[in-house]
Design a protein around this ligand. Sequence first.
Ligand code: PMP
Length: 435
Amino acid sequence: ALSRPDYRLPKSSEAFARAAKVIPGGVNSPARAFGAVGGEPPFMARAEGAYLHDIDGHKYIDYIGSWGPMIVGHAHPRVRAAVSDALVLGSSFGAPTVREAEIAEVVAAAVPSIAMARFVSSGTEATMSAIRVARGVTGRDKIVKMAGCYHGHADCLLIQAGSAATTLGTPNSPGVTAGAAADTLLCPFNDAEAVRRILEANPGRVAAVLLEPIAGNMGLVPPRPGYLETLRELTAKHETLLIFDEVMTGFRVAYGGAQERYGVTPDVTALGKIIGGGLPAAAYGASSEIMHRVSPTGPIYQAGTLSGNPLAMAAGLATLELLREPGLYDRLEALSARLAEGLEKAARDAGVPHVVQRVGSMLTLFFHDGPVHDYEDAKRSDTALFARFFWEMLARGVYLPCSQFEAAFVSAAHTEADVDHTVAAARESLAAVVG
Ligand code: PMP
């Protein structure tokens, strides 16, 4: 039987209490505290391939993959070797290294919009810097952001939709000033007409339209056919830069990201997660013309003590190399389709409201009747049902993202047996939550 009536986390609970005394909520990034599902998180001891092991001795099939980076699986031997080889040579120099050009060449060859890239240490920095470049290049202040898209925690991007009547951003965190929010204009995801109206109402004032080309931060929401193409036309017409935040989708939905998969090329691209192979690295890139405007060749300032860190570059390069192995994305596609179909059938048989949305190896089972096109749809999901399902799955050794509004990731280390086990666990879990 898959069920584990003995599933308990005494050591994790003790560790959590200890951490909570010295770290806010006991975690260094909020989602890890399991706030959306209630209860306390398992603390992890180690990971290999598709599996996580907690300090209480449980093993999980991992569908978070560190929230995206671990596409070749945890502790891949080739990535480990690359990092340990780099480590003996020194972990940071604050001086240029050959490997930085090497990985920038790989990225430029992979991503259609990128001729030159600048490496940073987090996705937050990548999108924040992309916005600065767009403002610096255009001499304009305003940006358009889509409700429900997450781009990290820079002030001007930490804005959610206000009432439907207003397009002005309202801060959704104390500490974000009204000034920072005022330059952020909001549109629903998948609504190109809303972007058209905003650009027409703000002629010559919008520096950039920024979005996740496939939304992964309200659960997985694909772009409607034609949406990205229309944004490309509108931004070109208004001389506004189109920025794709491919921190999650880059090297994930195709080697060249969503822009390769959909054939729509933005002006600027933010990358993260996979590009660092599980170490802290991210990047932003564009044409040479745009990137030459960045310091020191240009006036737009951006810098970082640990940017291009040798260990992170080694992990990233090794990961990208593994991704170029023939057939890898086809295998990810097939495995993920098998998982999506299995979950869909299980939810249908259980009679719960559901839709499974997937692009490549990113997917979400929404407890929502019918397709989810934007944040408003996503928010109508049954999050209480999700929370119960989540814990049933965890107790059966399946580690899903701990919120309805996150995408699950399949890695190249997952097997058909893992997927089938997951589907069987989902059947039992759904029976438990509806029964
Ligand atoms: N953009 C997207 C699309 C993301 O999913 C994330 C993180 N989940 C970020 C930016 C921020 O990246 P980081 O957490 O590395 O700052």
